[in-house]
Structure formats: structure tokens, C-alpha cells
Design a protein. Structure first.
Length: 173
């Protein structure tokens, strides 16, 4: 196995720490230190046969957002249900080991989501909305495309968002 030198990944860690620092207000140096801990955890659990180290590290560094939440005084009984940093890193590592395809995610969505939520997630993933000159889909586009009212569109959107945050992001590993 090729050596995985920390120096090779310092720019990635610094960039993510800078991004999170600017968005959350948490000290950049603190986030860099946590990024280095994430690097160590990913290196410890790394399996070369599953995915590239840089991919797993990149995804695991998103745990800095959750760390920022706790650093600023959050707790496990918060409304949004943030997980601890170690849980986030573990989730990223596990997802990278599984590495599902988009079809796997859509099949899972068909099982777990309501019929309208599945239609919405399929529409989003197929990216037909891109031809409208938009960078990302929005509730108004959903309303126009499906003919749903705003309240129902938000409800369906929320169900898709929850599903994607729990399962869908793993395809990027």
C-alpha cells in the first residue's frame, strides 16, 4: 500500500476548516486541529479496497460542521438532531465502504418514500430541471413541474431531504 502522508492532505483539511470557520464563526485553528483528528480516524479505519483515501477524508471532513455546532454549545437534545463528530466520521467511512450506485439509492427510495416523494427525488436526480437554467432545484420549480401547492411541495421536499441526508449522499463516495 502506498504511504498516505499527512502533508498531502493538509490543503484539503485547511480548505474545509476555512470554509466551516467562515460559515459558523468557529476559530479556524480549532477546526484545523479537528480536521487533523478526522484524518487520523480515517487513516486508522482505511481499507484500500473500498475507496480512495482522499474521497473518504473529503466526506468525513464534513463532520467539522457538526463539531462547530457542539463547539458553539449545542447538545444531543437539539431540534435538528445533529450527531457527534465521531458518529459523522463513522458514517462517512461506512458509506465509502459500501459505495452504492445511484440505482441502489433510487431503489431504496422507492421502498422508503411516498409515491410523490419518490417522483420528486427521481426528478431531482435525473436533473431535468437543469434545462431551465437553474443551478439547483427549488420549491417553486417543484410547484410548477408537479402542479402541487406550496405547502404540499414543502412537505414532499422535506421527506426527500431527510431521505437524501440519511442515504443518498453515500453515492458520492
Amino acid at each position: 500500500m502506498k504511504e498516505i502522508a499527512f502533508e498531502k492532505f493538509t490543503n484539503m483539511i485547511n480548505q474545509k476548516a476555512w470554509e466551516v470557520s467562515k460559515k459558523t464563526g468557529v476559530d479556524f485553528e480549532e477546526l484545523k486541529a479537528q480536521g487533523a483528528l478526522i484524518y487520523c480516524k480515517v487513516l486508522e479505519d482505511y481499507d484500500v479496497s473500498k475507496a480512495s483515501f482522499s474521497t473518504i477524508l473529503y466526506i468525513a471532513l464534513n463532520g467539522l460542521y457538526e463539531y462547530s455546532y457542539y463547539y458553539k454549545g449545542g447538545n444531543k437534545k437539539n431540534k435538528k438532531g445533529y450527531k457527534s463528530l465521531s458518529e459523522t466520521v463513522e458514517k462517512s467511512i461506512e458509506a465509502a465502504k459500501i459505495n452504492p450506485s445511484l440505482m441502489d439509492i433510487l431503489n431504496l427510495a422507492k421502498e422508503k418514500l411516498s409515491e410523490d416523494s419518490y417522483k420528486l427525488i427521481e426528478w431531482i436526480v435525473n436533473r431535468t430541471w437543469e434545462f431551465q437554467g437553474k443551478l439547483k432545484p427549488c420549491i417553486t420549480m417543484v410547484m410548477n413541474h408537479f402542479g402541487w401547492n406550496r405547502e404540499y411541495s414543502k412537505k414532499v421536499w422535506a421527506e426527500c431531504k431527510t431521505f437524501w441526508n440519511d442515504c443518498g449522499w453515500a453515492i458520492y463516495c
